[in-house]
Design a protein around this ligand. Structure first.
Ligand SMILES: NC(=O)c1ccc[n+]([C@@H]2O[C@H](COP(=O)([O-])OP(=O)(O)OC[C@H]3O[C@@H](n4cnc5c(N)ncnc54)[C@H](O)[C@@H]3O)[C@@H](O)[C@H]2O)c1
Length: 498
């Protein structure tokens, strides 16, 4: 496990000392550029975060990267340096490398920290960044447990930190528009929402393998069981950046309920106007992965859950098409998913219902969306643009962001926590709803009728000891939020209470 001395003697750190002279930041005055440090250089950060940040040379520079896998760390460093040197013509551009996220967070040369680690590391890294008074980009799901989420949301508030959650659907116009349609009563009163999230397939191999010499697996396990044997299927690929195994392996991830749930449950809450609260009841059933024949992964597969928001029933089921469908009292509905928005009225008799699964059915593209505008225009007089933005006279206007990265970076530059399209409290509330689904699944293990819990969104308690126990953060050795906070003179319980 890392400690400061070890960190200073790692080959990566020795080879790439942490010096970011301002001249290498390029023509822009350094004070104008947000200096970003990234923790976790895996699938999402190399494929999404790094390229997108590099498309914003007028707003930021990536100045530091951190990973426990040296191959990935050095690859990220190389990718960024080459991009800046060749693309921006900044000769000698250098990116600092870290193995210890605490060192990156403490660096005076970093203004903003991006956390792109596996879910079970989110809270530790986010707390470290916030306590060092950095702006934060936190990948979804916000945290692994509800108490962790409450802590991070409270710290963000305490330090007035600019936080963006990696729920980038909020920066896709069709999700905002669908939510505005639901929020502005264009479907009548919304009485039901159907949320479709795919489910994972069993897999992974439990064959124990030697730990790669370039990977600090002992630290990767963090607050979880340190005796878990190394298997590539438990962690991430050593030969590329494919979907990592941990994402289908509790306790590192909880499966699709928090993975894609963090996207579509977030949109459901946005459309219902419940982003700062939550359901009052969650119940249902799920199936668990078949682990026969040495299969390692252990999260849920199929699921059927009902969430109660006042008199609205939200049904989450893997049998629905992936997306969110808001349904009004008279049967009008709008269905939204990535790259698609479709609405029909009840008079269409559901003939053309894209939320019903059909084999080999391809998602409609934006042309279909636009060609379908006539139907909407007939009902909504103030429907106005090719992007289907509602006119300014609508009663409920949701925050507009057309680029999740620009939205965050501009908010950081303006030091305005209210400017991000997904702030910490909302991220926590969306992930809490996902976590409640996970908790129902856990409590219903082995019971045909599943389980049901009531939820008090104000006190954030279920009133049930066995359920509330599932909200407790994992802690082990130095990987303990209590110890993290104590290093900054803070008390965990007090900060969770807020
Ligand atoms: N917003 C989206 O659409 C989206 C898509 C995919 C993944 N994600 C989220 O992004 C996060 C990362 O997912 P991924 O698929 O890239 O995983 P990954 O396993 O490919 O990458 C994670 C990286 O973090 C590193 N890491 C782990 N613990 C660390 C620590 N303590 N310090 C430094 N580095 C550490 C790992 O070595 C690995 O390289 C997850 O939270 C996931 O849910 C979001």
């Amino acid at each position: 496990m890392f400690n400061r001395r070890q960190f200073l003697t790692t080959s990566a750190a020795a080879a790439f000392p942490f010096i970011i002279p301002s001249r290498v930041l390029g023509a822009e005055a350094p004070s104008k550029l947000v200096r970003v440090g990234i923790i976790g250089c895996g699938r999402i950060s190399t494929g999404f975060e790094i390229p997108n940040l590099m498309k914003q040379p007028g707003l930021c520079r990536i100045v530091a990267v951190c990973d426990l896998d040296e191959k990935r760390l050095l690859n990220a460093k190389e990718k960024i340096e080459t991009g800046y040197r060749k693309g921006l013509k900044i000769a000698g551009y250098t990116v600092a490398t870290y193995k210890d996220y605490r060192e990156l967070c403490a660096s005076k040369d970093v203004d903003a920290v991006m956390v792109c680690t596996p879910d079970f590391w989110h809270a530790l890294c986010a707390a470290e960044a916030l306590c060092n008074r950095k702006a934060l980009w936190l990948q979804k799901p916000f945290t692994q447990t509800i108490r962790e989420g409450r802590l991070i949301a409270n710290l963000a508030k305490k330090y007035n930190a600019v936080v963006q959650v990696g729920s980038q659907q909020r920066s896709d116009h069709q999700f905002r528009e669908a939510c505005e349609i639901a929020r502005n009563g264009l479907l009548g009163k919304v009485t039901r929402v159907e949320v479709g999230i795919a489910c994972d397939k069993p897999g992974g191999s439990d064959a124990v393998q030697p730990v790669p010499s370039t990977f600090d697996y002992a630290t990767w396990l963090g607050p979880t069981d340190p005796t878990a044997p190394y298997c590539e299927s438990r962690t991430h690929s050593q030969s590329g950046y494919g979907r990592p195994g941990w994402i289908t392996m509790a306790p590192y991830g909880w499966g699709m309920i928090t993975n894609w749930g963090a996207h579509h449950i977030d949109i459901m809450q946005w459309g219902l106007g419940t982003t700062l609260t939550g359901p009052t009841q969650v119940s249902g059933t799920c199936e668990w992965m078949d682990r026969s024949g040495g299969k390692l992964w252990n999260v849920h597969t199929g699921y059927d859950l009902h969430y109660t928001y006042g008199d609205i029933d939200v049904h989450l089921c893997n049998k629905y098409w992936k997306g969110v469908k808001f349904i009004g009292e008279k049967g009008d509905w709008i269905f939204v998913r990535r790259e698609m928005l479709k609405k029909v009225t009840s008079s269409d008799g559901g003939q053309d219902d894209p939320s019903k699964k059909k084999k080999n059915r391809k998602p409609r593209d934006m042309r279909a969306l636009i060609s379908n505008r006539e139907d909407l225009l007939a009902r909504v007089a103030d429907w106005n643009s090719p992007l289907l933005c509602l006119k300014d006279d609508r009663a409920t206007k949701l925050k507009v962001s057309t680029n999740h990265f620009v939205n965050w970076l501009e908010a950081v530059r303006a030091e305005d926590p209210s400017a991000t399209v997904t702030n910490a409290e909302e991220g926590h509330r969306s992930t809490s709803a996902c976590s409640l689904g996970h908790m129902v699944m856990e409590l219903g293990r082995g019971k045909a009728e599943g389980a049901s819990i009531t939820w008090d969104p104000v006190k954030e308690t279920t009133g049930r000891a066995d359920a509330d126990a599932l909200m407790t953060p994992f802690a082990r050795d130095q990987f303990d939020l209590r110890k993290t906070l104590a290093r900054f003179g803070l008390d965990f319980d007090r900060e969770v209470r807020g």
